[in-house]
Ligand binder design. Sequence first.
Ligand SMILES: Nc1nc2c(c(=O)[nH]1)N[C@H]1C(S)=C(S)[C@@H](COP(=O)(O)OP(=O)(O)OC[C@H]3O[C@@H](n4cnc5c(=O)[nH]c(N)nc54)[C@H](O)[C@@H]3O)O[C@H]1N2
Ligand SMILES: Nc1nc2c(c(=O)[nH]1)N[C@H]1C(S)=C(S)[C@@H](COP(=O)(O)OP(=O)(O)OC[C@H]3O[C@@H](n4cnc5c(=O)[nH]c(N)nc54)[C@H](O)[C@@H]3O)O[C@H]1N2
Ligand SMILES: [Mo]
Length: 767
Amino acid sequence: MPDIPRQGGFGPTTSRPWSSKPYHHPAAAWGAARSVAKVLIKERELIKGSAAMLTMNHPVRGFDCPGCAWPDDKGVALDICENGIKHVTWEMTPKRVDREFFASHSVTDLATWNDHDLEDQGRLTEPMSYDEATDRYVPITWDDAFAMVGDELRALDTPHAAAFYTSGRLSNEATFLYQLWAREFGTNNVPDCSNMCHEASGRALNASIASGKGTVSLADWDECTALFVLGVNAASNAPRMLTSLAHAVKRGAQVVHINPMTEAAATRTIVPHEIGQMATFQATDTSTMNVQVRPGGDLALIRGMAKAVFEAEDADPHGGALDHDFLERFTDGFDDYRAVVDTVSWAELAKQAGVSEKQIREIAQIYLDSPRSIISWCLGVTQHEHGVDTVREFTNLLLLRGNIGREGAGPSPIRGHSNVQGNRTCGIDHNPSERFLAALDAECGIVSPRKPGLDTVKTIQGMNDGSVRVFVALGGNFVLAAPDTKYTAQGLRKCDLTVQVSTKLNRSHLVHGRRALILPCLGRSERDEQETGRQGVSCEDAMSNVQLSVGKKKPASRHLRSEPAILSGMARATLPDSATPWEGYVADYDRIRDSMSRVLPGFDGFNDLVKQPMGFRIPQAARERIFHTPSGRAEFSHAPVPNAIPVDADVLVLQTMRSHDQWNTTIYSSDDRYRGVKNLRELVFMNADDMRDRGLSEGAFVDIVSTSRDGTQRSLTHYRAITYDLPVGAAAGYMPEMNALVGAADYSTQSDQPLMKNILVRIVAST
Ligand SMILES: Nc1nc2c(c(=O)[nH]1)N[C@H]1C(S)=C(S)[C@@H](COP(=O)(O)OP(=O)(O)OC[C@H]3O[C@@H](n4cnc5c(=O)[nH]c(N)nc54)[C@H](O)[C@@H]3O)O[C@H]1N2
Ligand SMILES: Nc1nc2c(c(=O)[nH]1)N[C@H]1C(S)=C(S)[C@@H](COP(=O)(O)OP(=O)(O)OC[C@H]3O[C@@H](n4cnc5c(=O)[nH]c(N)nc54)[C@H](O)[C@@H]3O)O[C@H]1N2
Ligand SMILES: [Mo]
């Protein structure tokens, strides 16, 4: 056992005592305001930061918030939130990581620092390359850096020995150049964070309605009469959604939260934009019902709702339980779906969902009483083995009552990174469609490879078996974000070259290949000047709106380059004879957009559309009830109800999630406000009965041992057990620390997503 018990996890080191007590205040209230003031002061950015905030998400002059993908609200003058402000301030910090910093710290030394302290050093300022002799990063010119990338890539036996990762922050324009570079070079190896995030949603929706995206807009959220929200911690991870939830409850809509944990957004909020509410401490409810489902039990619960719909139909065939006209005209596979619903008993559904038949019937009644319903979800649904089947079950339920392709109704996944959806739209897809590749080839005069590429999980395998030799990352923090931290690190260390295009120092710079580059780029809030003047880039939010984003701030260093410029430099060095106008694209991003307008469906007139206030919404056939599936209809799926209950009684299902005070691998503090925890991240939340069964008192040290599908075991020791209102058999803790417990073999066979919400563990008192 360590002398001083660790408490910080990957957050800042703290010797303050930890504490845990239930949070009783409405979400987003003064706690949020106080926390914003604290971060602004800490970063000494109070004045500048506040001024910048006024242009964030502004319909004409602003830059897009680099935080989450929730859409901007036209009706709100200042559409910002606590976590967006924290996030952009973190980017705008006046602190700098310069060549003197790297000269005075070896990589071995930096590797002992905690993750918070690495990022907290500030913004990267110039390109650096790893020098083995001194174990330090040393300055390198941009041209030499590009040449190194080009040399290493051209030396590979096959283009498939390179992988090009992206985290979902890259603008649409940069994305288009990135995938073009990879494909012109000859590979579809473009793994992305979406492989760990909403891959399941994309696959399911594509199979059901031939569109990988949700079909609803914010206007639909304002029109719906019932909202079912599954597996999202909105108050922390999509705080602007609180406004929509509060407005829905106020207008009399039903808002049902389905989650093993009753999160803060499932209670009440002080609507962030309503200053009057803030001043008078008036809270609005954000929920009309909360349901604590068993981890992985969502499919069973939704199927139970479908069963109740069929029973209502049988009891009164003219009562309108089913939308016969819609089913007849627009769907395929209804009879088989009815059959799979009929075969499963209420007892089995209730057992698998961990929710009583009575309560499932109550939720179903809300659905039956609602003329317009939306189902919305995030990682609590996707990061499970049966994520695809579960999202398809949402569509099944929606189809029964014609809740797709009309106002106020439809599926609405909550995306993660601010442009993760746009990345996919613009070609980051390891398994691209022939339609996309043909259009790309026609526009760019290349011959794209047709062989499917590697996703995140397969890239890590490839690094480890030696088939992937060069790894390029546009943003993100791969080594911590990916599963099986040790195995991922081992893979990265085997590479010939690792390239990280980043804004801040992070762990992925320290766990590197034989040769390594850190290439610093402009952040979204910064001015991007090229040959023809100031450039803007675009992003797509979770509801398919594409908007221009123009940075205003002076760049953190004069050596920084924009992501398009860095990509173009690397591409030219890799493909010296390429006919692609790499330099021309960078001189004027309108030219990138012109090319994109000819490749991407719905992007005709891209340059004009994107410059309108609030941009434009990508047209979507499924929204108009046109389904480009093989049958030409929306497809019912017929998956059996999966078993969600571990075979061994002493095994708990552990989910790994974010605290309130973190952005994925960036951890601002070791507090988790809405869950009432302070100064502690190395914890595991457990049900009181599960604690008692194991003889654990509050805060006791425990070891957590996971057993992978391949039988291997991984463990974390000296975590603190904290009682929490979770279903018996469920446990929860924080990512990215707990990626150490996710085995390389533990990914969904349906989505290839790592099972980050479904780790089978045994928890025992530490010795
Ligand atoms: N401030 C902030 N904002 C963010 C991020 C951030 O780190 N910080 N990250 C961004 C990214 S990339 C993403 S993908 C999103 C993530 O947004 P979330 O999906 O909210 O992320 P998590 O913190 O992983 O929370 C998962 C939620 O699912 C619930 N859950 C777990 N298992 C189940 C289950 O079996 N069924 C159901 N119904 N629920 C379950 C958990 O209790 C928890 O409430 O947020 C984005 N926004
Ligand atoms: N166990 C577990 N693991 C998870 C998850 C989970 O729920 N549980 N969630 C998964 C999910 S949903 C996701 S999306 C991934 C997130 O995985 P990633 O996207 O890989 O990780 P981030 O922490 O978002 O990346 C942060 C880094 O991005 C860089 N950065 C910031 N801004 C910019 C910019 O403008 N440009 C560039 N080039 N770089 C920038 C900074 O250097 C910063 O250190 O993690 C996944 N991992
Ligand atoms: Mo994500």
